[in-house]
Design a protein around this ligand. Sequence first.
Ligand code: PGA
Length: 253
Amino acid sequence: MRKKIVAGNWKMNKTFAEGITLTNEIIDGLKNSQHQCDQVILCTPFLHLQKVSELCNEEYVLHTAAQNCHTENSGAYTGEISAFMIQSVGATHVLVGHSERRMYNAENNSMLAKKVDIALANQLTVVFCCGESLEIRNAGNHIAFVNEQIESSLFHLSKEAFKNIVIAYEPIWAIGTGLTASKEQAQEMHFQIRAKLNSGYGEEIANETSILYGGSCNAQNAKELFSQPDVDGGLIGGASLKAADFLTIIQSF
Ligand code: PGA
């Protein structure tokens, strides 16, 4: 059975103290509520990662992720953080290929393939982000575009390695815009991604890989999106910054 996952991507938000407060609110909320979620992942800024990892407790299905890692383990790369360092503070996951990093940091498919490799080599589970711009969707090329992102950055992996991949489909036009993909648009793409995984790795991997939806997913629309057969949860930006909203999303399966 593939996992139901809700991941909160804090992006560049929250002071250290605010991040710890939010984490404690989420932990309290999880203790006092029922939900069907298998994993809740807090994708915090690097600064918060060690403390939040200490607070996270698998009993409450909580894990932590970095939002990025470098392509190398160590070296003269001023200002960078490696997968080796990320796992050393207790984080278990890392986002790779978020569209904001593709856009603002010129991350391309081949660089992302290297990040995937180094993350897996450091025992981190990769949440691999993909998704098309509005222009690409309007031209009818969204499925081919996303398939290409997946093939270029992931399809060199062995079947065994692929078991440590989670996919997050995030249409760029829906991120932070308040425009959400309709449940039909999300289901169509998730179905196509699963078909792509099937073509590369066979039915077992296709059925076992969690595919999350991201892009203005919130406490109001999560239930509808998560009810789709190929949507296994969400990667949540803005709505993950308030414990009450995030907890509602976790309870939306
Ligand atoms: P959003 O961001 O929920 O604020 O649209 C999602 C993401 O970028 O991961």
